[in-house]
Design a protein around this ligand. Structure first.
Ligand SMILES: [Fe+2]
Ligand SMILES: [Fe+2]
Length: 277
């Protein structure tokens, strides 16, 4: 039994549904879904209905795209209410969410506590000379404006930053009280600014995480940190801890012949630990 991961499935793109539909069933393994599965409840249901039967267990965290509601849509719940609705949809399909108790991994590799998180961002991944209130204008100077600014409503919180900080505080308390096992920390957004390497759109960093989680891999004893959002799949080692960016991404970001099976990342048992890297 292996623990695998994939994020940013973006199944609003028909080509992504086509490629993901060919994923080989692995009924003994667990699959982490790292957020940005799509923009609608129908997209989320498609992923759960398509991939759920192919794995023993799914684990889900939301991305920013799941939380999008079009300004003209006056019927759909927004903000935290929308998030909790998606949590219920996942739970109804037997999927583990950030609102559920952390479970202990007893498959291949060392026992780990699997901790799905929802932490959002607070615009703190910016240079020191840019004030928080100027962060979006600073990004816009380079032609960047994340759709979140129009589509990700933080209500009942006054801002996405306030929502992020509430989530960070509550999650830190939960992790501090968790059993002393190595953790698999799963969050859509990167936990460290130094792992946000956006060569072509560097100022997009403000929508990518919070400095409050910079030391969480050490503070909460992570064995592995799993994230997405960047659409730049890679493996990094920081302080001997493995950081896995597991994005599937948009069709144009992958070689056309790449199979979904090739994009699955093994989280546990994973490669041998690399100490001091
Ligand atoms: Fe994404
Ligand atoms: Fe994202």
């Amino acid at each position: 039994m292996k623990l695998l991961a994939l994020s940013d499935l973006h199944v609003g793109h028909p080509r992504n549904r086509e490629v993901l539909g060919e994923l080989t069933p692995r009924p003994d393994d667990w699959l982490i879904l790292g957020g940005d599965l799509g923009e609608t409840e129908e997209h989320l249901r498609w992923v759960l209905d398509t991939l759920g039967p192919r794995f023993q267990q799914l684990v889900w965290v939301p991305g920013n795209h799941e939380l999008y509601v079009h300004p003209d849509d006056t019927a759909s719940p927004r903000g935290e209410e929308r998030y909790l609705r998606l949590v219920e949809l996942c739970r109804g399909a037997g999927v583990i969410t950030p609102e559920d108790p952390y479970v202990t991994w007893t498959g291949e590799g060392e026992p780990h506590l699997i901790a799905p998180l929802f932490l959002l961002y607070d615009y703190s991944f910016r240079p020191a000379h840019v004030a928080e209130q100027d962060a979006v204008a600073w990004a816009m100077e380079s032609g960047l404006l994340c759709s979140d600014e129009m589509l990700l409503d933080p209500r009942p919180y006054p801002s996405r930053t306030a929502w992020c900080h509430a989530r960070v505080d509550a999650t830190a308390a939960r992790l501090a009280a968790a059993p002393p096992l190595p953790k698999v920390l799963i969050n859509h957004f990167p936990l460290r600014e130094d792992l946000v390497r956006l060569r072509w759109i560097p100022r997009f960093s403000i929508w990518c995480g919070t400095r409050k989680t910079h030391d969480w891999h050490l503070r909460f004893g992570a064995g592995v940190v799993v994230t997405g959002h960047l659409h730049i799949p890679r493996t990094d080692w920081v302080d001997g801890v493995r950081f896995e960016e597991v994005s599937f991404g948009y069709p144009r970001q992958r070689p056309p012949t790449l199979r979904a099976d090739d994009c699955l990342r093994e989280i546990l048992p994973g490669p041998p630990a690399r100490r001091g890297a």
